[in-house]
Ligand binder design. Structure first.
Ligand code: ATP
Length: 133
């Protein structure tokens, strides 16, 4: 299958650069798959499971927590707020973060800001745990 260059960056720098057949991630409007020869395109990313597929059929799974994706003249740039490969996700840490977020959400009288922060933290933990499965 046709490949295209994919660069994944985070605020810490370039994390990944290779030829891939497909990159799948969650955009703010839903799941998105980019293949070679996709039209020029730009979108904001949400939080969700992501993966890349290589020409030999192997696949790498990851958690993608927000950012931007562009496909410009055949090259895909994915600038993620956080991108964690499956093997780098600490499951115990994600479970602990999930528990902390659930404990906060179980309280009454939260401000809108506190509620949204805890909700986002829970969402991040759930994405990490679902990638680890
Ligand atoms: P925590 O309370 O455990 O920090 P969080 O969702 O608040 O969870 P983030 O603010 O999303 O954490 O991430 C802060 C940094 O820690 C990022 O660099 C992120 O990649 C890393 N990180 C967070 N949770 C995990 C995890 N479970 N495994 C590996 N890295 C993680």
């Amino acid at each position: 299958m046709a490949t295209f260059p994919l660069k994944i960056g985070t605020p810490d720098g370039l994390l990944f650069e290779d030829e891939v057949v497909r990159v799948v991630c969650r955009s703010i409007t839903g799941d998105l798959a980019i293949l070679a020869r996709h039209i020029n395109f730009c979108t904001a990313l949400g939080m969700g499971e992501a993966h890349v597929v290589f020409e030999d059929g192997t696949r790498r799974d990851a958690a993608c927590i927000g950012g931007m994706l562009s496909m410009l003249d055949g090259t895909c740039h994915l600038l993620a707020t956080t991108w964690e490969w499956k093997e780098d996700i600490d499951e115990d840490r994600a479970n602990a973060a999930k528990k902390r977020a659930e404990d906060v959400l179980a309280k009454s009288g939260l401000s809108d800001r506190e509620y949204k922060r805890a909700e986002a933290k829970l969402h991040r933990a759930l994405v990490r745990l679902s990638v680890k499965k």
